[in-house]
Design a protein around this ligand. Structure first.
Ligand SMILES: Nc1ncnc2c1ncn2[C@@H]1O[C@H](COP(=O)(O)OP(=O)(O)OP(=O)(O)O)[C@@H](O)[C@H]1O
Length: 211
């Protein structure tokens, strides 16, 4: 089954074409990597695929459903976990555990269920020792793992990740790689990290920069 199908998609920002006539699919057992020089539109595309950036032409189908407006995309935002390039854009706090519980609470889980899901996610990512730490005191790499825990606590069926190894040292890139492989989820990942890509990617989609 296709998790995502993109047909002849074009995105412009302030009248400037960023993505033009792009078609591709993400299959249920696939880790697809997005590559291309800085500013070619990887983040814009990831945001557009969950309805956070509008598109001008083409079609986006999530789990077979055509999505165009806010109301079409919103049911899929819990099903597909998006991690932003800058984890600070998605951390609310106050503590790590509160932050990770935010998604499940938003999905309608009870306080007890949401905090249990959050605890399971921080344990799975080996950051349980950070659970009571205020998010503003986390290091950059710790913020990456916390943002991923927040997404995993919602029990997603797929992940869209924007530069997940940003700010990580080689030991933690290794840890992130192993954790992601172990999840066995379909993933669309934007990354400049060649080694990480070589380890993880089933397929690579290269985006062109439009000047
Ligand atoms: N709101 C906006 N309005 C106008 N232009 C924008 C806006 N947001 C981003 N851009 C521009 O769109 C282009 C694509 O940006 P985007 O962040 O998607 O690139 P990227 O491929 O993810 O880059 P990087 O590899 O550096 O993360 C860039 O030239 C950027 O300056």
């Amino acid at each position: 089954m296709n998790i995502l199908k993109v047909k002849e998609l074009s995105i412009a920002l302030n009248g400037r074409p960023i993505i033009e006539n792009l078609s591709f699919r993400l299959e249920s057992d696939q880790r697809l990597f997005l590559q291309g020089e800085i500013g070619c539109g990887k983040s814009t595309l990831l945001h557009c695929l969950l309805g956070f950036v509008p598109f001008q032409h083409g079609e986006i189908l999530l789990f077979g459903t055509p999505c165009k407006s806010e109301v079409d995309f919103s049911p899929f935002r819990g099903k597909i976990g998006l991690c932003f390039q800058n984890p600070e854009d998605q951390l609310f706090g106050p503590t790590v555990l509160d932050d990770v519980a935010f998604g499940p609470l938003n999905l309608g889980l009870s306080q007890t269920e949401a905090y249990a899901a959050a605890l399971k996610a921080v344990e799975a990512l080996d950051i349980a020792h950070l659970k009571n730490r205020p998010v503003n005191l986390l290091s950059g790499g710790e913020k990456n793992f916390t943002a991923l825990a927040g997404v995993l606590a919602m029990n997603p069926s797929a992940l869209f990740l924007d530069e997940p190894t940003n700010g990580l040292d080689s030991k933690n890139i290794e840890k992130m790689t192993a954790l992601l492989i172990e999840l066995h989820l379909p993933m669309l990942i934007a990354s400049h990290d060649q080694l990480f890509t070589a380890r993880m990617a089933h397929q690579i989609l290269s985006l062109e920069k439009h000047r």
